[in-house]
Design a protein around this ligand. Structure first.
Ligand SMILES: O=c1ccn([C@@H]2O[C@H](COP(=O)(O)OP(=O)(O)O[C@H]3O[C@H](CO)[C@@H](O)[C@H](O)[C@H]3O)[C@@H](O)[C@H]2O)c(=O)[nH]1
Length: 322
């Protein structure tokens, strides 16, 4: 995202994060005086205020995002993902930031684990801000997306490492499906939200999905070992068989904008009666938008998608001795 923004000729990009070592690495890698680093934590409101001085736009990706760690320490997930997100929203408003995009996940829909539950509450916090402050100068919106391919700690780099080590690729459940999205598509989604959001909007990018087995076969194929062995290890704690990007209620109000769905906030008055006494007949005619009923990739389709990733292009080039 920082790279993308700097290429757009912005005056400055402020990075607020906790890890001084990663900030140092990024400072050296970018060597761009427009990139300014702020040490802090979204749990610490004053540190967020400091980073927002002079900012026009902000995107909020700070999160505890791993399912197992949030299962073991749900209180920590609440502090960062819920209370911290509230701090970011209030600080953006106080600083006069024009647009704030909060990054969420498909795991926030019908959540079964603490990570998804805390992200669902982040979404509700952002939507409640929009509902309570209809005249605010800060437009707060949410983007929700599925697995970002080749992201740190995710299954694709794990499969690559297992193939390199000559070990079988470990598969939880061959029939499990996940939405697949590249990093550049997720940056596009955030940018789309920046430029199109109305207060409280939630944006979803339409995406294909594949089973984990298909994904493993595709990774093995691009590595030149299509028959590399698989080992079934079983579903991990807190995992769903399929993910959902839009619930049927959200789908009923979603606006189809081509590559994206925009779900406007439910901005009815804060009078409780309409919520209890009036239903919405549209909701019952819709299905959830899930990784099971979206476009399903086969191995060739997953290979094509993998080949668009810079990391995979580097892998291929080194395999071919280029
Ligand atoms: O050894 C493994 C590890 C994982 N998987 C499967 O691979 C898929 C993807 O797993 P992983 O890359 O670990 O991602 P998720 O657990 O789906 O979660 C990621 O994707 C979410 C969006 O759905 C983000 O919110 C999370 O932060 C991010 O960690 C899942 O079906 C896993 O069951 C395997 O088959 N074998």
């Amino acid at each position: 995202m920082a790279r993308h923004l700097l290429a757009l000729d912005v005056a400055a990009v402020h990075v607020l994060s906790r890890d001084e070592a990663k900030q140092h690495d990024m400072r050296v890698a970018f060597a761009d005086p427009r990139l300014r680093f702020f040490l802090g934590d979204v749990r610490d409101r004053a540190s967020v205020d400091a980073a927002f001085v002079g900012a026009d736009f902000a995107f909020h990706a700070a999160a505890l995002k791993q399912v197992p760690s949030c299962e073991f320490f749900p209180d920590q997930a609440v502090k960062t993902n819920v209370v911290g997100s509230g701090n970011v929203i209030d600080a953006a408003h106080a600083a006069g930031v024009r647009g704030l995009v909060c990054l969420s996940t498909d795991k926030a829909v019908y959540p079964v684990n603490a990570m998804g539950m805390s992200k669902a509450l982040m979404e509700k916090t952002a939507q409640a801000f929009a509902r309570r402050h209809p005249e605010a100068s800060t437009t707060v919106s949410v983007t929700r997306y599925g697995n970002v391919m080749y992201s740190r700690g995710s299954v694709i780099p794990l499969f690559v490492q297992q193939i390199r080590a000559g070990e079988p690729m470990t598969i939880t459940d061959p029939a499990m499906t996940r939405f697949l999205m590249s990093l550049s598509e997720s940056v596009d989604l955030v940018e789309y939200a920046f430029t199109h959001a109305r207060p409280g909007d939630l944006f979803v990018r339409k995406a294909p999905a594949s089973t984990v087995e298909t994904l493993a076969r595709a990774v093995a194929t691009v590595m030149g070992v299509p028959d590399h062995p698989l080992q079934i290890i079983g579903t991990r704690h807190g995992e769903k068989l399929h993910e959902t990007l839009l619930s049927r209620e959200e789908r009923a109000t979603a606006v189809d904008e081509g590559d994206y769905f925009r779900v406007p906030v439910d901005a009815r008055s804060m009078d409780y009666a309409p919520y209890f006494e009036e239903g919405d007949p549209r909701a019952s005619t819709q299905d959830d938008y899930t990784s099971e009923n979206t476009e399903r990739l086969d191995v060739d389709g997953a290979v094509d998608l993998l080949m668009t990733l810079p990391e995979v292009q580097v892998l291929r080039a080194s395999r071919e001795g280029r």
